[in-house]
Design a protein around this ligand. Structure first.
Ligand code: IPD
Length: 306
């Protein structure tokens, strides 16, 4: 029922805050003593885990098991180490999907873009998302039908009423975000370059069509897929594109983005993101394209030229 969902939401937000405090306390214990967090490699030299990932996942998993013993739990550290991915998110069981520390590489370098990411999945859809980045003091929360929020007071997207449309010649004029991902076996350094080049080319072509120069405003790579989605929900990123994600990397971010009115699709980037009809993405894809909440370009003047 909706009342039960409210209760689960309150529980999830508190869990996110407590887990974020654990992340920060563990990070702070290293300030001034060691330059990086120690880590262990999983599938590759860039796929790493710290003791903190495991401690925080154990805390979240146990808290959920005590409160909701009938719910299923899928967490990055319970499934990713050693290559066993024998989990299933089914339509029938309410499931928690958790990344205790998204942005582990950032965390080991004390780069502030790391967070805990908690999603609650009902009938195969992420209906609650909690993303807490304690170093940034940014808490993103959303629950189906209840809006998406930054620090529980600011509604997302931050630019709204209504949110401006994407520029007419998008991705020209956009901030585009993408990640390197961890599966770099085939092209160790080529993966990120390929994504960036694709968008630069699209922008150049779109610029030719729109006659406004065809330049992307900026390209960003935060190092945390779920934070990328939260920033897209905020409206800070116009477009985000990532291949190779697992459910725990994106579930909470998808809930937040969709509740903010943004779009996420599993398809390859459309030719013209400003006008494309975007198919709703479910979970279970490895490739995602997200677009920030955007108003209708026919009724709004947009940000162009402002
Ligand atoms: C990773 C980060 C990274 C993304 C990878 C994820 P982790 O998660 O979100 O930005 O490119 O696909 O696996 O390992 O830091 O939890």
């Amino acid at each position: 029922t909706e009342k039960e969902l409210d209760e689960i939401y309150v529980f999830a937000v508190q869990l996110g805050k407590d887990a974020g405090k654990m992340l920060m306390a563990a990070a702070q214990s290293r300030f001034g003593s060691q330059p990086v967090q120690t880590f262990t490699e999983k599938d590759s030299s860039v796929d790493i885990v710290t003791q903190t990932d495991e401690d925080v996942e154990a805390f979240i998993k146990n808290s959920i098991a005590q409160k909701y013993p009938q719910h299923k739990f899928v967490g990055e550290e319970s499934y990713s180490k050693g290559g066993s991915r024998a989990y299933q998110i089914t339509e029938s069981s309410p499931t928690w999907c958790v990344d205790p520390l998204d942005g582990t590489v950032n965390y080991t370098h004390l780069f502030p873009m790391f967070c805990v990411s908690i999603a609650f999945i009902l009938h195969g859809r992420a209906v609650i998302g909690v993303v807490y980045a304690p170093f940034l003091s940014q808490l993103f929360t959303a629950c189906r039908g209840r809006g998406a929020w930054l620090n529980e007071t600011q509604r997302l997207p931050l630019i709204r009423d209504p949110a401006p449309p994407l520029p007419k010649n998008a991705p020209a004029g956009c901030i585009f975000s993408c990640e390197w991902g961890k599966d770099r076996k085939d092209a160790p350094d080529g993966n990120l370059a390929r994504k960036v080049n694709t968008f630069l080319n699209m922008a150049a072509e779109a610029g030719g069509r729109g006659g406004k120069g065809g330049m992307v405003h900026g390209i960003r790579s935060l190092g945390s897929a779920t934070l990328d989605l939260a920033y897209t929900a905020m409206g800070a990123f116009d477009i985000w594109w990532e291949g190779g994600c697992w459910e725990w990397d994106v579930a909470a971010g998808i809930a937040i983005l969709q509740e903010a009115g943004g779009l996420v699709t599993t398809a390859n980037p459309p030719e013209d993101p400003a006008t494309a009809k975007i198919e709703d993405a479910g979970l279970g894809s490895r490739l995602y394209l997200a677009i920030r909440p955007a108003g209708d370009s026919e009724t709004e003047s947009g940000r162009e030229g402002q």
